[in-house]
Design a protein around this ligand. Structure first.
Ligand code: NI
Length: 255
């Protein structure tokens, strides 16, 4: 069995002391590949560093909506250089976060659009972060308006209607630890509806730790708990979930 954790932040200080051990546990749990996601210029560069250090780690580069205010022309040019690195497999995470609003909304939208254009220019998929901004996210994705735009709705926790809209755009939905939470009844219903061929699994570690480790630091080994939950919801085996979600991730990220 092989699993792919399609969204991690292993460059974060949470893993500074024991990253090697964390990676060993991931391997033991069947995690074959890991995609480490950039969220600002620093973490984008650090993600690439990790991908150079470990054969099975890939990287994405992008400016998170929280940091959208930092995306000036210089940063955009730097990103345009970084996307050319060999193991960079996507632009992300990018998108809109109207919950925290660490950057003003109009600036978030502008940064989102610019990075969608960057992804299209180099034919890479996008990793989308969308929180309390469903309508604007959809609108901007549609306005980007190219059938070449491919991507992932990261940590999907939206409504069934949103899921259907994202599927119609050709996007994959990535599910994480949240689907294991007791109160995630509606989200599990969404999982039931989405075809397995369009599902990816992720941890978003160190955040969103699945049950029964909720409250502790998350790590890639726990992506297996997400896969198990999907198997349970869909009434299929863990091996099937592992095989198909890995195939999906391989196709989208081209790894
Ligand atoms: Ni993330």
């Amino acid at each position: 069995m092989r699993l792919i954790d399609t969204h991690t932040h292993l460059d974060f200080p949470h893993f500074k002391k024991d990253r090697a051990e964390v990676l060993r546990r991931a391997e033991k749990a069947g995690v074959q590949y890991i995609v480490n996601v950039g969220s600002n210029l620093r973490s984008s560069i650090d993600s690439i560093e990790l991908s150079k250090q470990y054969q099975h780690i890939y990287a994405t580069v992008g400016i998170h909506p929280h940091d959208a205010k930092d995306l000036d022309q210089g940063v955009l040019e730097k990103l345009a250089e970084l996307v050319k690195e060999k193991k960079v497999v996507a632009v992300g995470e990018i998108g809109l976060d109207y919950h925290y609003e660490h950057s003003p909304r109009d600036i978030q939208r502008e940064a989102f659009r610019k990075q969608l254009q960057l992804a299209l220019a180099v034919d890479l998929p996008v990793v989308i972060h969308s929180r309390e901004a469903e309508q604007d996210t959809l609108r901007i994705l549609r306005e980007a308006g190219s059938s070449n735009l491919r991507g992932i709705m990261h940590c999907f926790s939206g409504s069934l209607a949103m899921a259907k809209n994202c599927l119609a755009l050709g996007f994959f939905l990535a599910f994480g630890g949240v689907i294991t939470f007791n109160n995630a009844v509606e989200l599990r219903n969404v999982v039931k509806t989405v075809p397995l061929e369009r599902i990816l699994i992720e941890t978003d570690c160190p955040y969103l730790t699945p049950h029964p480790h909720r409250g502790k630091r998350n790590e890639p080994a726990y992506v297996k708990l997400v896969a198990e939950q999907i198997a349970l919801i869909k009434g299929i085996t863990l091996e099937e979930v592992a095989a198909i979600t890995s195939e999906n991730a391989g196709k989208l990220y081209r790894i």
